[in-house]
Ligand binder design. Structure first.
Ligand code: GTR
Length: 681
């Protein structure tokens, strides 16, 4: 998305982008002046404006004082200098019918899918926006069964957020994006589900949340010349020529869209109107914060990696700066903000002012370690600086000034965390948002993922070094004659698989039942396996967890959309969130967090198990829940032996089972396979 806002006619903008891109890719250029600063010691000294100060400069003395006098004053600073004047509410009407359907989502999640086209305002040229909403099937108008809902805008249309083929294909303008199959500025059929890893509907529904989304471009196409086609026209705002300094831009218009969607959401009987949570990533994270500031009906606000002009302090010259952002994206903010480029210290407000607008509601500010452009530390410090406002309400905000370790959420009413990885919105992030909403809005203790450490597998470069405590089943490289004794054959004897070029290769059998079985047993574990498919039999193989649940290995490169038979699927339980397969002949890598189902004394599952899986750097399954095994081909049925009968008996009694590497008629190769137990039952 780097150059989406730069178009012909903005010569300077283009130049800046080129320089910036060069700087990001070339270490030589990176040291030149005017390039982004990533040196903490080169961050200038600054003093932040007092977030508690009212119009007369005096600090708020009470929560009442804040609400009545100080907040309106601080809010106006943000309007005047950053986002432009708050846009007025307009009547929202449904165009045609609200479409409702009962659907069964992957992983057997029963849901209601709702699609509605909303008209925003009465004007002849009033814009419309398409809202997509999934609710858990159990949601009802019974007060106790109303559900909290996460609402976020998306970048590439609702159809990109989920592979459900019934999602209406948008006709609005979109920035061309090959990876997302947006061509000639329009969404194509192939764009379905291309952003699904950003919107884990099934996992959130399973936790009792509804998920609502709409495309931001419905009200403001995200490009420098998008204003004439934006909703601002229908609101009577100027859309051409020189604009007043406090004229709202795209972020303000998107925030207005969120509020209008909220107007409609709260009319749905199953939605808890006091628990709608606004979420946004990146530029839409800036938007979520401004929406939360403008509209206090949002019960909780989530900023994911919103960076410059979002959660990160502008006074800190680290990563993206006002100079760069206002030139590359001149349409996002009000014109006044650009005049503070290179004189950030003179801004009457800073981004902690924005965070303070959320008080005393719960706020999540999340960063990613590799997303230095968004200045993770600057996002944290902004939360620290906003804390006094929560304190006025008698509530602890972050409650700490110490920057936390990676993957360690901190705070109370304000939650901050910096996770492993890059600029993205991931299932991990949503789980943390739900944890916070459980703890604050729903006053429940989050199901602490069984107390296990965060799961962020390292998947490159290959081979990956096994972590401390891992039990290596197949080493990174095998000597030609060294068949590992960590596996036995189906009958419990030595295996007959071969070593080929340092890796272990399937010896296929006609009945596709020459699997190998680890002698190491485990209950909950992280499993890592590197593998290479072959052309024969479509590279079919798999990792059979406990022999009951198969993470599919299959030559699925380029298959779109992937099915529950393709690589990345938990066979017969859930297709991959995204197709992450690499071509045959390349080493690929799976990391799987396997939480075993719990069984009663009779061996019946009483608590579902779950799988989170990463394939080649992408999350393909996110806490996919499963119950009794479904495949007729499990080794305990197909090709079963006395030895395996014993293994299964023990599994049902203790919850501990082996890892099988599967023969499915293809000479798939394995190397560097390890398991790391998470518990000792
Ligand atoms: C970048 C921009 C960031 C962030 C991001 C995004 O190009 O510099 O401020 O908003 O785009 O929205 O993806």
């Amino acid at each position: 998305m780097l150059s989406s806002a730069c178009h012909q006619g903005h010569r300077f903008c283009t130049t800046v982008t080129i320089l910036l891109l060069a700087a990001m890719t070339s270490p030589m250029l990176a040291s030149r002046a005017a390039e982004p600063n990533y040196d903490e010691t080169a961050v200038r000294e600054y003093t932040l404006p007092d977030v508690l100060a009212g119009p007369d400069g005096k600090p708020a003395s009470s929560a009442e004082d804040w609400k009545k006098t100080v907040r309106p004053h601080q809010f106006e600073l943000l309007e005047k200098f950053c986002y432009g004047r708050r846009l007025p509410a307009v009547p929202v009407t449904v165009v045609g019918n609200v479409e409702r359907a009962d659907v069964m989502l992957p992983g057997d999640v029963a849901a209601v899918r709702i699609q509605a086209k909303l008209k925003l305002g009465d004007a002849a040229d009033a814009p419309t926006t398409e809202v997509l909403l999934y609710l858990p099937k159990t949601a009802s108008s019974n007060t106790s069964q109303r559900v909290p809902v996460f609402l976020n805008l998306n970048f590439r249309g609702n159809q990109a957020e989920h592979a459900d083929p019934a999602i209406r294909l948008p006709t609005a303008w979109m920035p061309d994006d090959k990876a997302a199959a947006i061509e000639n500025n329009r969404a194509t059929e192939a764009s379905r589900g291309t952003s699904a890893q950003r919107w884990p509907v099934e996992a959130m529904l399973a936790r009792g949340y509804g998920m609502a989304t709409a495309y931001c471009g419905d009200v403001f196409p995200d490009k420098a010349d998008g204003r004439p086609a934006s909703a601002l026209k229908s609101l009577g705002r100027p859309v051409e020529g020189t604009l007043p300094p406090d004229e709202p831009g795209a972020i303000a218009t998107w925030a207005w869209q969120l509020s209008r969607i909220l107007d409609w959401l709260v009319t749905l009987p199953e939605v808890d109107p006091s628990q709608v949570i606004v979420v946004g990533h990146s530029r839409l994270g800036k938007t979520a914060l401004w929406a939360g500031a403008c509209d206090e009906r949002f019960a909780m606000v989530v900023s994911n990696e919103s960076g410059c002009g979002g959660a990160a302090l502008s006074r800190r010259n680290f990563g993206e700066t006002l100079d760069v952002i206002t030139k590359r994206f001149p349409h996002w903010f009000c014109p006044a903000l650009a005049t503070y480029a290179d004189r950030e210290t003179e801004l009457p407000c800073d981004q902690h002012t924005l965070l303070a607008m959320v008080a005393p509601r719960p706020l999540v500010v999340s960063s990613a370690v590799e997303d230095r452009w968004a200045d993770p530390r600057g996002e944290f410090l902004s939360g620290v600086a906003a804390e006094p406002v929560w304190k006025l309400f008698g509530v602890t905000g972050l409650g700490t000034k110490d920057y936390p370790a990676v993957d360690t959420p901190v705070g109370e009413a304000i939650t901050y965390y910096v996770r492993t990885g890059r600029h993205e919105l991931l299932g991990y992030d949503w789980e943390r948002f739900a944890d916070v909403a459980d703890r604050t809005l729903r006053k429940q203790t989050p199901p602490k993922a069984d107390g296990y450490p965060a799961f962020h597998p390292v998947q490159s470069p290959l081979p990956v070094k096994p972590p401390a405590g891992a039990i290596v089943l197949v080493p990174e490289r095998l000597d030609a004659s060294a068949i590992p004794n960590t596996f036995v054959g189906m009958g419990g004897g030595p295996i007959d698989w071969k070593v080929d070029d340092g890796s272990l290769m399937v010896t296929k059998s006609e009945k596709h039942a020459n699997h190998i079985v680890s002698t190491e047993l485990f209950r909950d574990a992280d499993v890592h396996a590197e593998f290479m498919t072959s052309r024969e039999a479509k590279g079919n193989s798999g990792l059979y967890l406990h022999g009951h649940y198969e993470m599919q290995i299959y030559d699925s490169f380029g298959v779109h959309p992937p099915t529950d038979q393709d690589e990345g699927s938990l066979y017969r339980f859930g297709k991959p969130i995204v197709n992450a397969s690499l071509p045959t002949g390349q080493w690929q890598v799976y990391d799987i967090r396997f939480i075993a189902p719990r069984r009663d004394a009779a061996g019946t599952i009483v608590k579902p198990g779950s799988v989170t899986a990463w394939l080649n750097g992408r999350c393909v399954q996110n806490e996919l829940r499963f119950t009794e095994p479904r495949s007729p081909y499990t080794p305990y049925k197909h090709g079963v032996t006395d030895y395996l009968k014993g293994v299964e008996k023990r599994l049902l009694a203790t919850g501990e089972g082996p890892l099988f590497l599967q023969d499915h008629g293809s000479p798939t190769r394995f190397r560097n396979v390890w398991i790391k137990r998470l518990d000792t039952p």
